[in-house]
Design a protein around this ligand. Structure first.
Ligand code: HEM
Length: 554
């Protein structure tokens, strides 16, 4: 579209587009008042305040897109590209600029905690009660993040009662990973802009960047906008945000320490093990969701982006390791959908549901989940098909009359099966049924003999036969058994596999191409092809001893 005033038709079209929302729908680029350009801001990622939240920085509470789109200077309707074009990144960090670009608070948190944990482990005897308490507290604070921050607040995968919300908010505070609102805002941006420059912890920037790098140095760009207006009005989120500093001190260190001290007299162990060491594990457990879960495993639901499923990641992340599923169906309260897969977060949410503390557990329609799996399986199969050497397409073979075929037989060892002319010269000595039987059919139509008249060959034999094609007999016909095979592929496509966006091309693999033989009319009466790439049979000959003696060729 040009920058000139838009026509009435184009206005109507714009209004009818699904992405046209509210005022955006009825107005266009040139109608709108000019907007202030996007400001480049680099929120301190560890700050307790919510400076990175769009809803509070006055840009937009609901979408945030309005700050970056349609001021008339961009013809591109890709939001990420538009933002990237408008917002210049900060200059890359060099060794010289590194010190001033260190994110001091989070770097301190990420170094002091392990230092405390190591010091404590080396200087403090571990009581079994403290060890058990540390594990329990690890799961409590871990669930605060996975069941609370992540699935409840960031993705709204279920509804939690007020007591459960407070319970999760306290657990999440003990994990010391920022307030619910700050965390969810970053996480929503991560989902919305996965693998792009606007993804705050994009796996495309490397394992260590997505694991901790994005917190250690000041990011070159702020995360893409994300809507957290729902969280801005949630009383528990607001309460936790307001009291975040005392909450992290209390739940991160004081509470685990006091419990161990009051119940079995181990204040020191409680501080170092249930406090510092446990926190170290919770931190890296969550960080693994950003790093390991984008790096290790399979993509059984979609391979558009980097998230992957793996049971190892699930084990270390309290069940968040089925990350390919999660990115595909983020509002599903589950990460693991199979019974044997490890997802204690899902079990916890479900137990809360049974106790009446959680409700409206969302699950994505099973049919669509299975469609995703099905499409990926088809894609894998069609990849295999691409690696297979398929017989020459009948449409590119010379077409000979029967008499021309007879003439050619005077100089070559040829045989017709199912309308194709085959050069069997390289196979005749390899034939499991013996040389003689093939010889009797040279220069003849052996279709009947091949398909049961004499011997009902396996499909393997029929596939092999196809590799010896060099031409077609005029008036070729449909090959029934191949047609059946291609029908299977067609019905797979009709069943919806072909309707999966971006995947239809993957289904155009070999077998479909060989159902009808026609030959190339332009190659009528052309000389027969030479046999190219004839199948090879590997022979492991013994070269000595008895084998040598028995080998007649030796
Ligand atoms: C180029 C054409 C042919 C190919 C590629 C071929 C391939 C094979 C293969 C791979 C087998 C092993 C068993 C199986 O896979 O079914 C086989 C077995 C056999 N073939 Fe063929 N064949 C050809 C033509 C013929 C013809 C024209 C005849 C008969 C007139 C014939 C008769 C037999 C018999 C009787 C056996 C069974 C051998 C046994 O198990 O003792 N074949 N052939």
């Amino acid at each position: 579209m040009s920058a000139a005033a838009p026509s009435a038709a184009s206005k109507a079209l714009a209004a009818s587009l699904p992405h046209a929302v509210g005022a955006e729908a009825s107005t266009t680029a040139t109608d709108k008042p000019p907007r202030a350009p996007l400001r480049m801001r680099h929120p301190d990622m560890t700050q307790v305040d919510d400076s990175s939240s769009d809803s509070e920085r006055g840009e937009s509470d609901s979408e945030g897109e309005t700050t970056a789109v349609d001021d008339g200077s961009y013809q591109d309707d890709n939001f990420v590209r538009k933002v990237l074009a408008k917002e210049r990144p900060l200059p890359p960090i060099t060794w010289r600029t590194l010190p001033s670009n260190i994110n001091v608070i989070s770097t301190l948190a990420l170094t002091v905690v392990p230092a405390l944990a190591i010091y404590g482990a080396l200087t403090t005897p571990l009581k079994w009660q403290t060890a058990l308490w540390s594990v329990i507290y690890y799961f409590f604070t871990g669930l605060g993040i996975t069941a609370g921050y992540h699935r409840l607040w960031a993705h709204r995968a279920y509804t939690a009662s007020l007591p459960l919300q407070y319970f999760l908010a306290l657990g999440g505070s003990g994990a010391v990973e920022g307030s619910i609102k700050w965390w969810s805002r970053g996480h929503r941006a991560h989902h919305r802009y996965t693998d792009t420059e606007l993804d705050p912890y994009s796996a495309q920037k490397g394992f260590w960047w997505s694991h901790i790098g994005w917190m250690v140095v000041k990011p070159r760009r702020k995360p893409g906008v994300a809507d957290v207006s729902d969280l801005s009005v949630n009383p528990v989120v607001k309460w936790q945000h307001r009291w975040y500093l005392p909450l992290i001190v209390g739940m991160g260190f004081v509470f685990p320490c006091v419990v161990a001290g009051l119940f079995w007299g181990d204040f020191r162990g409680g501080f170092f093990f249930a406090g510092a060491a446990r926190l170290l594990f919770v931190h890296h457990s969550t960080f693994c969701v950003n790093s390991l879960a984008h790096w290790l495993g399979e993509t059984p639901f979609d391979d558009k982006h980097s998230p992957r499923d793996h049971w190892v990641t699930a084990l270390v992340t309290v069940g968040e390791g089925y990350h390919n599923f999660h990115h595909e169906f983020p509002q599903d309260y589950r990460n693991a959908i199979r019974t044997f897969q490890y997802d204690p977060t899902k079990w916890f949410i479900y137990t809360m549901y049974l106790c009446g503390l959680a409700s409206q557990l969302k699950t994505f329609p099973d049919n669509e989940i299975r469609r995703g799996q099905y499409a990926m399986q088809l894609k894998a199969i069609s990849k295999q098909a691409d690696e297979i050497k398929w017989p020459k397409s009948s449409n590119h073979l010379p077409v000979l009359t029967w008499d021309e075929f007879q003439e050619a037989c005077k100089t070559r060892q040829l045989m017709v099966v199912s309308g194709f002319i085959h050069d069997v010269s390289t196979f005749i000595d390899e034939h499991p049924g013996g040389r003689a039987l093939i010889k009797t059919r040279l220069g003849r139509d052996a279709t009947n003999a091949f398909y049961g008249g004499y011997y009902d060959h396996s499909n393997g034999a029929a596939n092999l036969l196809a590799q010896y094609r060099v031409g077609v007999i005029e008036g070729g016909y449909e090959v029934e058994h191949l047609k059946r095979f291609s029908d299977v592929i067609e019905s797979l496509k009709e069943s919806g596999a072909d309707g999966v966006a971006g995947k239809s091309a993957d289904l155009q693999s070999g077998p479909v191409r060989v159902s009808v033989i026609k030959g190339d009319p332009a190659l009528k009466s052309a000389p027969l092809d030479n046999l190219s790439n004839a199948p090879t049979f590997k022979v492991n000959r013994l070269t000595g001893g008895l084998g040598h003696a028995l080998n007649p060729a030796a």
